[in-house]
Design a protein around this ligand. Structure first.
Ligand code: HEC
Ligand code: HEC
Length: 337
């Protein structure tokens, strides 16, 4: 039995003193600690605590004007010629069949990076794989600047004006005398409104709501292992990631890398935003370098290099089954209008 609480009992040191009479010699009462024995939590209760800690993935409600902006954002997202000369056409890199993920791409001012998934962003707290924004709309503005780098501002604005100028100004009215928001700012807000609606409900949601039978027993064991091994210390929240930054290679240097050592600047460079695992079964190859081809290999690598744990084959397979139980169908709006 676990000792979960301690009772504090006030005793009186001087024994035998008469009730009501002051203790002889004025001795102070002493504190005696008596351990309380409480029944251990059952596996069901432990699982319930884990579920509550993770929280639920919810679909954000949109009022009419947000709904209209999201609809325009969707049109822009699927437009093959968005940005001057199609420079920013989202579907050039973000593939709807893979939850938006894709292969390596170079963006202006950044290293070559795997294209991350772009669903369930409403549950993220950190955007960009370098975690540079805490708001999706801010990230979109900076992403658009990257995508349009090398294009003259006036060419970019002329292309936006022709394609979306009137529609955008209709959705973002501004008071007379105020300066109109820049077209790119309105585009960022429309795209962010649209992306925020892309939520992939999946069997794991039934499980998180309390129904053990919603996923297989093997996947349920994987859920428990995900906590017991420590994965959840980084991959937390309703999408099992998308919130924190972490150093890659905490327990063992990342493959092909040198030991982290104590060099602060180097550690800083190995900081990455923790990936969401909601759609991970659809987004191979893995990691920001697209270096690992299969999910079992990615899980083994994480356990070893982040936690210093070698997983048994059945543990690895259970975690993979759990990750697969999270794949859900994106809403129909994740296809061209
Ligand atoms: C040239 C390829 C390319 C194009 C075109 C592109 N993206 Fe990206 N996108 C990327 C890459 C690479 C990243 C990861 C960059 C990073 O980590 O900062 C990314 C990241 C993102 C993210 C952040 C996801 C996260 O995990 O935080 C969002 C959202 C996004 N893109 C949306 C869009 C939208 C909307 C468009 C169209 C306007 C678009 N992208 C066009 C390559 C592209
Ligand atoms: C110390 C923090 C930390 C721990 C612990 C951790 N991860 Fe990760 N995980 C990360 C980071 C950071 C990334 C993003 C790496 C990158 O961008 O290259 C990631 C990426 C992943 C990916 C690849 C996602 C993708 O789309 O490429 C998988 C799969 C994964 N983790 C599974 C796990 C599992 C399973 C465990 C437990 C055995 C675990 N992680 C433990 C920080 C962690």
């Amino acid at each position: 039995m676990r000792l979960a609480a301690t009772a504090l009992v006030v005793g009186v040191a001087a024994m035998g003193c008469a009730r009501g009479a002051p203790p002889a010699g004025g001795e102070a009462p002493v504190l005696v600690q008596i351990p309380l024995r409480v029944p251990p939590r059952t596996p069901e209760q432990v699982r319930q605590d884990r579920r509550s800690g993770i929280g639920r993935l919810t679909v954000p409600g949109l009022d009419e004007s947000a709904g209209n902006r999201a609809a325009l954002g969707r049109r822009i997202f699927f437009s093959p010629d968005f940005g001057a000369g199609g420079s920013a056409a989202c579907t050039r890199c973000h593939n709807a069949d893979h939850a938006g993920a894709g292969g390596l791409q170079s963006l202006a001012g950044a290293e070559t990076l795997a294209v991350p998934p772009i669903v369930n962003l409403s549950a993220y707290e950190s955007f960009g794989t370098d975690g540079r924004s805490h708001k999706l709309v801010e990230y979109m503005a900076s992403h658009l600047a990257q995508l349009n780098a090398g294009i003259e501002e006036k060419d970019r604005d002329a292309a936006l004006e022709t394609a979306y100028g009137p529609a955008l100004r209709g959705l973002f009215p501004f008071a007379e005398g105020d300066t109109a928001p820049a077209l790119t700012a309105m585009v960022s807000r429309s795209l962010a409104a649209y992306l925020g609606t892309l939520v992939t409900a999946s069997p794991i949601d039934g499980f998180l709501a309390g129904n053990d039978g919603a996923i297989s027993p093997q996947a349920g064991r994987g859920f428990d292992l995900f906590f017991e091994k420590g994965c959840v210390s980084c991959h937390d929240g309703p999408v099992f990631g998308g919130r924190k930054m972490a150093t890659l290679g905490l327990s063992m240097p990342w493959p092909g890398d040198v030991p982290l050592g104590e060099h602060a600047e180097y550690k800083q460079r190995r900081q990455r935003r923790v990936s969401s695992l909601r759609t991970v079964a659809l987004t191979a190859p893995y990691f920001h370098e697209s270096a690992i081809d299969t999910l079992p290999a990615a899980v083994e690598l994480m356990a070893l290099h982040q936690l210093g744990v070698t997983l048994a084959a059945d543990e690895r397979d259970a975690i993979v089954a759990f990750l697969q139980s999270m794949v859900g169908t994106p809403p129909p709006s994740f296809h061209a209008p």
